[in-house]
Design a protein around this ligand. Sequence first.
Ligand SMILES: Nc1ncnc2c1ncn2[C@@H]1O[C@H](COP(=O)(O)OP(=O)(O)OP(=O)(O)O)[C@@H](O)[C@H]1O
Length: 273
Amino acid sequence: MMYCRLKKTYRSGKRSFSIDVEASFKLNAINVLYGHSGAGKTSLLRLLSGLDTVDFGKISVNNKNWLNTETKSFLPIHEREIAYVFQDYGLFPNMTVLENLEFAKKNINQTLLKEIVDVLELEVLLAIKPNHLSGGQQQRVALARAIVQEPKFLFLDEPLTAIDENLRGKLQSYLIALQQKYGFTIVMVSHNLQEVLKIATHVCVLHEGKIEKEGNPNILLKENTSNTLKGTVIAIKNNNISVVIETQQIVIQKDRVVQQEFVVGDLIDVEIQ
Ligand SMILES: Nc1ncnc2c1ncn2[C@@H]1O[C@H](COP(=O)(O)OP(=O)(O)OP(=O)(O)O)[C@@H](O)[C@H]1O
């Protein structure tokens, strides 16, 4: 288990924002930091990664301290074996895509590199420099560069937002498969409910810098009454409707469908209870 208890206050002019959290993350799994814009997700990810300093706190991984301000211990960032994708992508502008990828790790695993280039559809971009790429293309390169490092921890800040919807679904499935194959621990920021339900093993919900709740992604469904999810109707039987939401098939009652009329094959909005 990865455990953290962290406090940090950011000040800018008269405004201040505090992170004050106690949370745990599952190892060898996909953990998501979920919450509205400004909830503190990126700030918490940066504190966990060691890129920002905390005012007070502790981070431990399987009882080994990454950080403990009480004992003044701090595990150097390179020893944490983390790869990151932050929102600015951080690609080297003077290198081509291929050079960016190859620079990520000594003795790069060529099989993994080929697989990632293929899945992330980077083949045609390999000779191009990042400032000639779209945001979505840069995001895919940044994701590939993090993965080829074969890290123990992959910290991802909204890694799929700039990518178009068709490819995004494929990449979500790829992240799940990759996590299972290599067994690393992913901590990622997302504010996309469908994405969280599809890929997360564990969710920490942030609100105003605090953890509101954490657990199985289903905690988001039970108490979230204002949201709807899109699903495809695959069967209607009396009052029960079978719907596929993302890749999951669920059976719901008719009164949870927003539209009055629909037939098998329709894309409908389902109210989340
Ligand atoms: N270095 C800083 N100085 C001052 N305020 C900061 C700093 N870093 C973050 N904040 C403030 O902390 C709050 C949370 O920001 P953060 O980016 O962590 O939220 P978020 O949940 O990731 O939002 P989004 O989904 O929009 O990226 C914001 O109000 C932001 O202005």
